[in-house]
Design a protein around this ligand. Sequence first.
Ligand SMILES: Nc1nc2c(ncn2[C@@H]2O[C@H](COP(=O)(O)OP(=O)(O)OP(=O)(O)O)[C@@H](O)[C@H]2O)c(=O)[nH]1
Ligand SMILES: [Mg+2]
Length: 370
Amino acid sequence: MFSFWKKKPVEGNPPAAATTPGMPTVPAAPANPAAPTATATPPASAPDTSLTDLGAHVDAAPAAPGKLGWRERLRKSILFKDVREIMGANPILGDELIDEIETSLIGSDVGVTASREIADKLRRRTHKREFANADALLAGLRGELIDLLRPVAVPLGIDPACKPFVILTVGVNGVGKTTTIGKLTRRFQLDGHSLMLAAGDTFRAAAVEQLKIWGERNGVAVVAQGSGSDAASVAFDAMQAAKSRGIDVLIADTAGRLHTQAGLMNELGKIGRVLARLDERAPHEVLMVIDGTTGQNAISQLRQFNAVAKVTGLVVTKLDGTARGGVLFALAREFGIPIRYVGLGEQLEDLRVFDPEAFVDALLPDSLGG
Ligand SMILES: Nc1nc2c(ncn2[C@@H]2O[C@H](COP(=O)(O)OP(=O)(O)OP(=O)(O)O)[C@@H](O)[C@H]2O)c(=O)[nH]1
Ligand SMILES: [Mg+2]
């Protein structure tokens, strides 16, 4: 059944990227103009070092010019605007004020249930006279929001006992799966891991090419087959190759699919089962990528993907492109699944390890002036 993998030139000393014979040449122009161009493919051990500032330490660093911080990236927040208006009117502490905050939370996609729970807590604390004034109430709101997110702020750790550590990326169309893989590849490389990518989006030739470009940029082998081939076969093939080459981390791309398409959803289950033949714990991480602009639809997306592929971690992308962003709170409350990373833009450094305090601070700064 899996005889195809023997044909793949990934053993021995293969080219660093684009391993499938007969695949079209990788175009030189990158999909992302701000990222380095894919020129001659460097060896896997020598990635482009011009981007060595893009590691995990980026998260702690203050925003430098061109590398905007959380607050700059999320400055469109409705929550911030609403709360500034509410508080700017010299409000009287009480239920009415909290009702307004609750409405603003719902408008920011926090979700009705999570918004009500937060508002109820603030009401109880107000009745107990915990807040001396509106500023103290605001601090209380920030604390409640951070508390909701803290349990899901669990970073993705690569277990060295799993070799390769297999990450299967899943999600609906266009959410940023392939881009996230590119960003993660660089991040893991900077952490000292060796990588391989599996082009499991077999629906479109362009999808394979897109992944190959990321592979070339980072000097990482990409295992691919022709478009239309079986995604589970590609994943199995790649895992075999990664195992035999002693690769630390294998990241498998998959085609975007609507959570309502039963046949395509079942394919994800198949990929998981096939990988488990090589290591019963694989895939070690099922990373679901969610578009942060999706709003409450993200809840039903995650429910369906989780049902077929047991999602173990989330990446919420495009938070720079939404005035809401509150869906993270709704996801955290509904599922408790770790949010590993958030996407704050299209550049490599815009994939950040999820930091609830930085996130809440960006949505709702402690000073509402200005
Ligand atoms: N603004 C912004 N754009 C992003 C972010 N992450 C990804 N994108 C953009 O979203 C678009 C789609 O990204 P892809 O990585 O191709 O998405 P995909 O999920 O692989 O798409 P399919 O394979 O078609 O399902 C690209 O233009 C990316 O640059 C982000 O955090 N912020
Ligand atoms: Mg893709």
